[in-house]
Ligand binder design. Structure first.
Ligand code: COA
Length: 169
């Protein structure tokens, strides 16, 4: 883990994230809440959609992606987007951040890379004078929730998802 460096990279490198996104999605599938009739997408279907979102989010000047890089190859990443204006129900700064993805490759998990990525996320946000960070977590991803709670984050909005009920008339 020691020779892994955390580096901020440009949007031109997002294609390199495909395997790590697929690893994250695989993990999400393993903790999938089993929504009635709403199955997760396959990894191949999901990646181009995710990639397009990354490209869009990274157009904001304060958005960023960090690689945990070993021998010029990402073994983990964190991607942060920026929301404007302030949240309307809580006292936040005019710009606030959202961690859109955090993923470490399966063989490197539990070795401190996720924590190092988050520490660098906080550093980048402090440098941009952004004080709030929202993190979406799948409700059944208990280990990830524990990871974020340990760093001081707490569940906020709970999003429910289901099919629109069919007409009964
Ligand atoms: C969550 C994740 C990014 C953390 O990175 P990491 O390098 O494994 O984390 P660290 O070594 O810095 O910290 C370890 C802590 O992470 C948490 N953790 C969450 N998922 C974990 C996993 N699959 N394996 C190991 N630790 C995990 C645990 O709280 C662990 O602490 P513990 O060993 O006391 O239980 C990484 O485990 C991962 O990619 N998991 C699968 C994808 C995922 O859930 N991403 C978050 C989506 S919101």
């Amino acid at each position: 883990v020691d020779e892994v460096r955390i580096v901020k990279v440009g949007a031109e490198r997002i294609d390199e994230l495909e395997p790590l996104w697929k690893a994250l999605q695989e993990h999400h599938r393993s903790v999938d809440p089993g929504l009635p009739a709403i199955p997760p997408r396959t990894a191949d279907d999901s990646w181009p959609r995710r990639r397009a979102k990354y490209a869009d989010w990274l157009q904001h000047p304060d958005a960023f992606v960090l690689f945990a890089e070993a021998a010029a190859r990402p073994v983990g990443y964190a991607l942060v987007s920026i929301h404007e204006p302030a949240d309307d129900t809580h006292v936040t700064g005019e710009r606030w951040a959202e961690l859109q993805s955090l993923s470490v490759e399966p063989t490197s998990r539990g070795g401190g890379l996720g924590t190092r990525l988050m520490e660098r996320v906080y550093e980048e946000l402090r440098a941009s004078r952004i004080e709030e960070l929202a993190i979406g977590v799948i409700a059944t991803n208990e280990r990830a929730m524990h990871f974020y709670e340990r760093q001081g984050f707490r569940p906020w909005v709970v999003t429910t998802l289901g099919k629109v009920p069919e007409s009964t008339t």
